[in-house]
Design a protein around this ligand. Structure first.
Ligand code: ADP
Ligand code: MG
Length: 402
């Protein structure tokens, strides 16, 4: 892949130059508090290298999904504060995306300064399906860094999106892959082209429809696909099991049934489930066999017998990809499945397996459940992006850097 990287840009010299960086700073927030700063921490190396080299750094990023315009609830203000701390430099926040305040601040930058633009999704052109609209926003971004500017793509979590700040700007400016994007792509290449067997894939999380394509693509490459989380109930239903009030995607049952028919020996489902009456932290938990879920109860975690079986499967794996928690790990009573499987992955990694965790919530689970981050070979910052890569899809934000 003939992609220019940050090192190439630094070698060209960036002192006094405007450099636009697309970072992924889309962190989970609870009110104004950042509950997991993982993506901010992962964005620092590229920004630090540029600021240290004397570039005028302009960072663009999104936060959440504001609907059709400016919404103070999705302001990047808490992110600017956290980024300042992690970077050890003051990060100023523009009051708008590409408006008068952003322009004035961009003009006032001196070497080594860092300016964060307000949530790029406050501008509806960012995600527009209309090429012309996206290009217009991209041109406005380019104006901020000036004629001799450069673009560094470092927001791995969004490279699967054909959006103005991800894709279109790269068509207008000399473009480079940031440290994070380069590292993530290298890991994914290792997963797809040189994976050692046995190769185990662990899938969980809430929406089965997001992950069916990856199951289809990996079923022929992986030796086992372990399924837990909210998505396992659509598979259990496809087996003819009644799943009570658990998460269920009716319209996917038939597809799951076909997958089970074709890849039944590869796909492994939980044999026991931790159920509760309500989706609540304090709803009393009870473990039942997967084929005996009471009609008025919902499955919120996989049970201990499933953890035992999945652990055995994972213990001899040489390559492991994990996306999606095994249960509602945010509630302590339903976190044991995720913790147990994560521990099995850490143990396999300790024995030399190459392990990758992909997905915002999975990465958050690792940290919240107190697992060692260095117990995994790589923790990816992008769930959707890594899944689409593994599905064999072309990622527009990577393609455009070629
Ligand atoms: P990731 O961000 O790692 O890709 P997802 O976004 O697909 O993962 O799913 C994460 C969410 O799935 C978590 O918030 C978790 O609470 C939820 N989840 C896991 N198991 C269940 C379940 N049995 N029922 C409902 N939600 C679940
Ligand atoms: Mg998620």
């Amino acid at each position: 892949m003939a992609v220019q990287t940050l090192d190439d840009l630094l070698a060209e010299g960036v002192s006094g130059r405007g450099v636009l960086v697309r970072s992924d700073l889309n962190v989970p927030l609870d009110g104004g508090r950042i509950t997991d700063p993982g993506r901010i921490i992962a964005s620092v190396p590229t920004l630090k290298a540029l600021a240290d080299a004397g570039a005028k750094v302009i960072v663009t990023a999104h936060l959440g999904r504001p609907k059709g315009g400016v919404d103070p609830a999705f302001s990047l203000a808490p992110v600017a504060t956290a980024l300042s701390e992690r970077l050890g430099r003051h990060v100023q926040l523009a009051g708008d995306v590409v408006g008068t305040d952003a322009l004035a601040r961009a003009e006032g930058l001196t070497d080594g300064d860092v300016l964060l633009l307000e949530n790029i999704r406050f501008d509806p052109r960012e995600t527009s399906k209309d090429d012309g609209e996206r290009l217009a926003l991209a041109k406005a971004l380019v104006e901020l860094v000036g004629e001799d500017g450069a673009f560094v793509s470092d927001g791995f979590g969004v490279v699967h999106r054909k959006q103005a700040s991800v894709y279109d700007v790269a068509t207008l400016l000399p473009h480079y892959a940031g440290t994070l994007v380069a590292a993530e792509v290298k890991v994914l290449q290792q997963l797809t082209s040189s994976s050692e067997r046995p190769y185990a894939v662990v899938l969980g999380g809430s929406k089965v429809s997001d992950k069916l394509a990856v199951i289809e693509n990996l079923a022929t490459k992986a030796d086992s696909i372990v399924i837990g989380g909210g998505m396992c109930f659509t598979f259990l239903a496809a087996h003819g099991v009644s799943v009570g009030t658990s998460l269920l995607q009716e319209e996917m049952i038939e597809t799951c049934r076909q997958l089970l028919e074709t890849y039944g020996d590869v796909i492994h489902l939980p044999v026991d489930i931790v159920v509760a009456e309500k989706f609540a932290a304090d709803s009393p938990a009870e473990t039942v066999w997967a084929d005996s879920i009471p009609a008025d109860k919902m499955g919120l975690d996989i049970g201990p017998e499933s953890v035992k079986r999945f652990t055995k499967l994972l213990s001899n794996a040489r390559t492991i990809f994990w996306n999606g928690p095994m249960g509602v790990f945010e509630f302590p009573a339903f976190a044991a499945g995720t913790k147990g499987v994560a521990e099995a992955i850490v143990a396999a990694t300790g024995k030399g397996a190459f392990s990758v965790v992909g997905g915002g919530d999975s990465a958050a689970a690792v940290r919240q459940l107190g697992l060692p981050e260095d117990g995994f070979s790589h923790i990816s910052t992008g769930g959707g992006a890594s899944l689409e890569y593994l599905e064999g899809k072309t990622l527009p934000g990577i393609e455009v850097l070629n």
